[in-house]
Design a protein around this ligand. Sequence first.
Ligand SMILES: [Zn+2]
Length: 150
Amino acid sequence: MISGLETLSHFDPTFFFVDRGDAFRILSLYMARIYDTTKSTLALRQRKRRLLSQLKICPDSLRASLVERFSRCGKSNCHCHHGGDKHGPFYYLTQCLAVGKVNKFLLKADAQQQAARTAIGHFRRLQEQLEELSQINAELLRRQEPLGGD
Ligand SMILES: [Zn+2]
């Protein structure tokens, strides 16, 4: 598929990264999950109410990906330059801010990595709930139904 693909494990399926040295390139952006909006209008409104009752913004929310990376060090006599295992894993928090603009830094401590995983999970859950709400509202409009009301 893509040559030069090194790494990676993804904790956030929103983004796919190719790691080429220092450059993390984003290959593909957000893809929405498609929710079932074939239900009756009544059922859609019930689902909407339920979603709204569940919506909660967790203060520790983070839109980012955690990228696992193995790399070579700077010592040319090291085994990593002579067919041996690369060093790692290292975990980088990566955050796409704009096209071609990625905020990236190393998470050194296990506790940092775990906090990032949890916070990314919180954000994704909220994002999924908002996406479902949005798809329901689009379907209501398509049916020429009012967005509010029962
Ligand atoms: Zn090395």
